[in-house]
Structure formats: C-alpha cells, structure tokens
Design a protein. Structure first.
Length: 300
C-alpha cells in the first residue's frame, strides 16, 4: 500500500498525481499547507518487520517532488491524524500512540500524542496526554500564536468503556492549560474542530442521544473549555469550518445519502447549505486498496 497525492484545480480537473512508498505499508491521512507553495503529507508507515507503525511526514513542492521525509514514534504503534503550520514557525502533529504507558495502564490503550517539529522536520518536543484512559487526537487548530486546541476522544474510565469527546488546550512548549470531556453515556467522539468568534466549534459522532449514530456539534469557550451549546442531528460529522455569512458549515456522511454539506446557525435546526439535488453522494472513496470514508471542506 502506498500514499497517493493528487492536485486538482477548483473545477476538479487533475493537475498531477503521484505515489510515494518508503516502507512495507503506508497510509496517507492529511495534507497541510507548508507555505512557499509547499505541502506537508502526514500519514502512518509500517516497518518491514510488520509489528510496529510510525508517524510518517513528508514535505513536497508544488509539483509533488519530495523534499524530505521523516518518521516519529516509539517501538509500537504510532499514527498521526492532523498536522498544521504554526504561526510561530514549524509545525505541530496530533495523533495517538501505544509506545508509552503509565504504570498499571492496559498496554493496548493509546495516548493522545503530540509533536512539535521544525521547518525541516527535526523534532523539537513530543509528549502525551489523556492520563490512564484510552485517548487520541483527531484534529488540532491554533487559536492564537503558540496556543493550540486539540480534539478527539477518551474512554470514560480505565476499562474499555464508552468514549467521550475529548478536547484539550496546550501552550507552545506543550504545557497543558485545560482538558475536558463532553457527550452523554454512549460513544461520542470528535472528528474535527475550527475556531469561531466566540471560541471553538467541534463536530463528530454520537451514540448517546438515540438508537442511531448522529452528528454531534458543540461550541466551547476556548479560554476555559466551558460548553456554550451542543446539538445533535443527521448522521456523522467529519469536518467543520466557520461560514463567511454566519453559522458553520459541516460536512457529514450517512449511509443513505453519502456526503452532504450542512449549514448550522448557533445550535438552531440545520439546513442544507446547497440544494439537495446538487449534493454529491459519494459514500466511499477507494485509495490504495483500502476503503476510506472522509468528508473535508476546503475554501477556494
């Protein structure tokens, strides 16, 4: 399995596509603007021995030529879910790891894993969060220079219990400012977050408010993590951005209608952002032999 990267124009016409492979198996997870017309490609790579995965990061130029690549992690399973460029220079990576554990913790549990790296990929620091519970980070945003908020999920106890939406705020050197969990008694987790004028918008999935999985949306005060409002609807939320004319846009995925774009106004009932007749329904994307379900929003 290899990493596939393709670049398209705003009409969807392919400009180029390339594949990359440096290990027995590699999976691409996200792409970020690295500045100067360059891009970061984040994923996970499996060693030839077949027993461990490392975070894999690659920088490419505007034509897809690889400039450098690096791996990060320990001796077990480590994977990156999101990377962004930092206004203070370099990049930050959010993901999960099973390579480090606290005393008495189940070795199968994952920790939220965060790395800060330089422009050339050299590591500045790495650390884990989440305590003795199983946790991971799916997304990260910079709320102000050197301040970051991450979102994902964490188990409700030290056993394999239900999960809650897990959000934490950290400083430039990785110091924890606050961490909080949200959701109900069932399985709840965050897939994405975005900044808003009042704080942080998160979206994900919930099994706590009915028999079916629903999209979970909440707004938080980013200074202290206090919940401003929350709501559920639809199916599974995968990405969120602040809408230019108010509210937020959420990309969600459902088995009956595929991917659709929803506009939500501060906790009110959601309405389609575009006519249902124009919504593309692509429930599955196949990439390098593996089924992937992703819905991401990008402004042009």
């Amino acid at each position: 399995m290899v990493i596939l990267v393709l670049k398209v124009d705003r009409d969807g016409t392919s400009l180029w596509n390339r594949t990359y492979s440096d290990s027995y198996e590699q999976i691409g997870m996200s792409v970020a603007d690295a500045g100067h017309g360059e891009y970061l490609v984040l994923g996970t790579g499996k060693g030839e021995e077949g027993y461990n995965y490392d975070i894999y990061l690659m920088k490419i130029d505007s034509e897809g030529e690889r400039l450098w690549n690096r791996t990060y992690g320990g001796d077990r399973f480590d994977w990156g879910c999101k990377t962004i460029r930092c206004t203070t220079g370099g990049y930050i990576i959010a993901g999960a790891t099973t390579s480090w554990h606290l005393e008495g913790q189940d070795p199968r549990f994952t920790h939220t894993y965060v790395l800060r790296i330089r422009e050339d990929g050299r590591k500045i620091w790495e650390t884990t969060y989440g305590g003795v519970c199983d946790s991971k980070a799916q997304d990260v945003v910079e709320t102000e220079p050197g301040i970051y908020v991450l979102a994902g999920s964490r188990s409700q106890d030290v056993d394999w219990g239900s999960r809650d939406v897990y959000v934490l705020k950290i400083q430039e050197e990785g110091e924890l400012v606050w961490e909080r969990t949200y959701g109900g008694d069932g399985e709840d987790w965050a897939n994405a977050l975005a900044t808003s004028p009042r704080g942080i918008i998160i979206t994900g999935q919930s099994h706590s408010y009915g028999p079916e999985v629903t999209t979970y949306v909440a707004e938080l005060d980013y200074t202290n993590g206090l919940l401003l409002w929350e709501t559920t609807y639809g199916a599974s939320g995968w990405d969120v951005v602040e809408a230019e004319k108010g509210g937020v846009l959420i990309a969600e995925w459902g088995t009956t209608y595929g991917i659709r774009l929803i506009r939500l106004f501060r906790g009110e009932s959601p309405v389609p952002a575009i006519s249902p007749l124009l919504i593309a329904t692509f429930p599955f994307i196949i990439l390098a032999g593996r089924w992937i379900i992703h819905a991401k929003i990008a402004r042009t």
